[in-house]
Write a protein that binds this ligand. Sequence first.
Ligand code: ATP
Ligand code: MG
Length: 441
Amino acid sequence: MKKVNNTDYNIRNLGECKIRTPVVVNYYTSDSKRLLLQNYLDDRTPQKMKTVKGAGDISSSVEVAGPRENLFFDPSKTKAAIVTCGGLCPGINDVIRAIVMEFYHRYGVRNIIGIKYGFQGLIPSFGHEIVELTPELVENIHREGGSILSSSRGQQNIGEMVDALVRMNVSILFCIGGDGTMRAAERITEEITRRQLSISVIGIPKTIDNDLNFVQKTFGFDTAIAESVKAIACAHIEARGAPMGIGLVKIMGRLSGQIAVGAALAQNDVNFVLVPEVPFRLDGDHGLLKALEARLKERKHCVILVAEGAGQELMRNEKTTLETDASGNIRLLDIGYFLKVRIDEHFRKTGVEINLKYIDPSYMIRSVPASASDCIYCSALGQYAVHAGMAGKTGMLVALMKDEYVHLPIRIVTSGKKIDPEGNLWMRVLESTGQPPTLID
Ligand code: ATP
Ligand code: MG
């Protein structure tokens, strides 16, 4: 993880805020209201303050989000643009809706456009239309999953994208997307700064995996757990429906098994949870196959939940070539299918007849509408993003941290939040599944 200094938490501003806000509230948040990152003493590293993941020293603090009394942009002359990139995630439409409603009804900004198909929409040669976003258009979009603006992968030319923003006279660009989108947003911000333009870039981080450092929870995560639970319930019924039934469910989680852990804790039908953070083996006296044998012998059925990023090393050797997608992200090998084949093979060899059902609900999970708690969260993110943009803040994202909405510089937020195999969360998983503390000899 990148080391950050105290000054790295400062948010860039386009200039002085001289315009009185039209937003009437009882309390305006000032830039000097800050949230301390200091957290608690860690007993495993005495003398050391354990801070929010990735934080600098103990006096580190971040800017708190909220409506500012004075604005950089004049609402009557402001034009905003929204772009959504990367994979789908429940709640994207909720964020779009919240941004539009906040601009329209609170700031009186009428000029809001949607960029279609991710960053492609900013490149003229693709010829994608621009969508005018109005309250009428976005009124009901939170009832639908996906993104009304659609998305895309693949790098686009930063200079050309900034040219498009200038041509369209955009004052604030909102980028809703994952790590790749945030990297692009940072580069767009740098190019805008280099050209000395007054365009604000605000990120709303989207990762269903909930694996961002600094960020307490990402939107779509709660929905993903709720939907995963439904798949686990089906797997459990399948497993109990036949002698020696095994329900195997693969769930999202490339670098961190947060969804798998949440779903396993929510639905106590899971017997083995396999996540990227906790290595496991198949063979050997303490490997998964032996533990599975024992479980089947005792209970005659079993549910295994595996995060997509788990056990990747089991499927790779020196000769494996790693494929990437259009954005350069490594394509993970299919641990679910691998486990299905290896488990079938193992029990065939040992002469035990099993009934294994493999369920991969990933695309059904990420495309559903957001749950009520994610709807609340997404509205807040959209509203705070607008407040920040109108105050001329740039190169930043809005996020929830320690139950406060805060402004974080885009460049410090990266994937890195992991489940601690020695922490309480994993311990609760072991307690509620009964799986052995280690699946390695
Ligand atoms: P998800 O986590 O769902 O995959 P993502 O935002 O990481 O979302 P990507 O496809 O990796 O999805 O990236 C989104 C967009 O950002 C793509 O158009 C990608 O090419 C672009 N992008 C990623 N990294 C950079 C970069 N370093 N510079 C410029 N553009 C980038
Ligand atoms: Mg990504």
